[in-house]
Design a protein around this ligand. Structure first.
Ligand code: HEM
Length: 425
């Protein structure tokens, strides 16, 4: 992976250069086209982000799921405030056109022709690298049905898999950090590029959607491809070792919905669960290393399962020490969440977060913004979280304070728009 701070990364095609290329194309040079006549550089690197700093917007699946996890997140959840379906549809078309340009490193819309008007693009990404920006849209349960009302005539299209998550023991959810009718997951390697993207989408959506909550994240807590090194979470442990990897049949089977799953418009899409999980780091920091490792079930330094020497060694839940005691506590996090034992796999794609001091308790508001993709939360996240909530040793050190679930539709081909499959089904 290209280190966002490296020279190689900075030498990638800059936003300014993309604009220059776009200008040349307008003058007759063909460099690749995007829908709607906008001109961009087709991703030379596919989804590995290695050379150009762009990730293709179009494809079978939305980018930002199996894409090699970028370093930063800006997540935005919205309420739809218009009662009119036509407004919503129009905004989704405009969002798509803007997202095509933003992910190609271009400003939204054409430059304003009059100094008397506000600029069409807010300008803060001018001169910045595209930073492997991906924008992934999702639809929450309340878009389909809000307090028993079918605001947009979409209730019949609600996928069975888009359930309201049940309450889990220990949940301390805050309404203003949970739920949402629509979401945008913006990932990339430059927080200013992410801010620019979400700000402009929010601006385009004014009068149709209102931001409900947002979350910034850093230091990706997952690796989603075989070539990515495993990063560390704020507890200091490697996170993402036993994750699904892009390009494997296991990911395909566990992440992508099919037409047979019940909703034809969701074929090639996925279901996203987000949980804002506070780490009680002050308590964790007073815990011995041995206890920390017992709680997780892995060695902090290497990431190896307890009793093993390498990160990639398989987890053996039956292994015993000389005294006959299990090397990995049956209630350790990796034992309770053990995917092979459960026969359940999810794609984790979360981020560390901190929102500074929580004045209510005088402690850092920091933790893991957990994001998981799966084919059906009823068969994957929900049973896994039910087990974790019941017995995970980690529960003493964490608190789930935010929660949301979204149907993430499939990817688009040029000319299609976000939500088209849903609206036209
Ligand atoms: C703050 C909360 C959490 C922290 C700090 C945390 C941390 C970790 C760590 C350090 C690992 C071991 C390395 C790895 O394989 O990635 C791990 C594994 C895992 N975690 Fe978490 N986790 C958290 C919450 C969750 C939640 C909410 C879920 C799902 C409901 C979950 C599911 C998993 C799974 C499936 C594995 C891999 C288990 C296996 O080896 O098959 N984690 N987590």
């Amino acid at each position: 992976m290209t280190d966002p701070g490296s020279d190689e990364h900075r030498d990638g095609i800059s936003r300014r250069r993309l604009l220059a290329v776009a200008g040349a194309a307008a003058g007759g040079l063909v460099v690749g086209g995007l829908a709607g006549g906008a001109v961009g550089v087709a991703s030379a690197s596919g989804d590995d982000g290695s050379s150009t700093g762009t990730v293709a917007f179009h494809g079978e699946h939305q980018a930002g799921i199996a894409t090699a996890a970028q370093d930063r997140l800006l997540f935005a959840s919205y309420d739809v405030v218009t009662p009119r379906r036509a407004d919503l549809e129009k905004m989704l078309r405009e969002w798509t056109a803007a997202a095509e340009r933003l992910t190609a490193g271009q400003p939204v819309g054409d430059p304003a022709t009059s100094a008397a008007l506000p600029p069409t693009d807010t300008g803060e990404a001018e001169g910045l690298h595209p930073a492997r920006l991906t924008l992934t849209v999702g639809f929450g349960p309340t878009l389909f049905e809000l307090e028993g009302t079918d605001r947009f005539g979409l209730a019949a299209q609600r996928p069975d898999a888009l359930v309201d998550l049940p309450a889990f023991p220990g949940d301390a959810l805050e309404a203003d950090r949970s739920g949402g009718d629509l979401c945008i997951q913006a990932c990339g390697d430059d927080p200013q590029v992410l801010f620019h993207a979400v700000r402009n989408l929010t601006r385009i959506g004014r009068g149709v959607v209102r931001l409900r909550w947002s979350q910034e994240g850093f230091g990706r807590t997952s690796s989603t491809t075989a070539s990515q090194a495993t990063p560390r979470n704020l507890l200091g442990f490697k996170d993402g070792t036993d994750n699904l990897r892009a390009g494997t049949a296991e990911l395909d089977d566990s992440v992508w919905a099919t037409a047979d799953d019940g909703s034809a418009w969701m074929a090639g899409g996925s279901y996203m669960v987000t949980r804002r999980i506070r780490n009680l780091i002050e308590v964790w920091d007073r815990t011995s290393l041995a206890e920390q490792e017992r709680v997780i079930g892995r060695v902090r330094a290497t990431g190896a399962p307890l009793g093993s020497s390498s990160e990639r060694d398989p987890i053996d839940l039956a292994a015993k020490d000389a005294a006959g005691l299990p090397l990995i506590d049956p209630d350790a996090h990796v034992a309770v969440a053990n995917q092979d034992a459960l026969g359940i796999h999810i794609l984790r794609r979360g981020y560390n977060f901190t929102d500074g001091l929580d004045p209510r308790v005088g402690q850092l508001d920091a933790g893991l913004f957990f994001i998981a993709y799966q084919r059906d939360p009823r068969a994957q996240f929900i049973p896994m979280q039910q087990r974790l909530a019941a017995s995970d040793l980690l529960n003493e050190y964490i608190k789930h304070v935010g929660s949301a679930v979204f149907a993430v539709p499939p990817g688009l081909q040029p000319g299609q728009w976000w939500g088209q499959g849903l609206m036209e089904s």
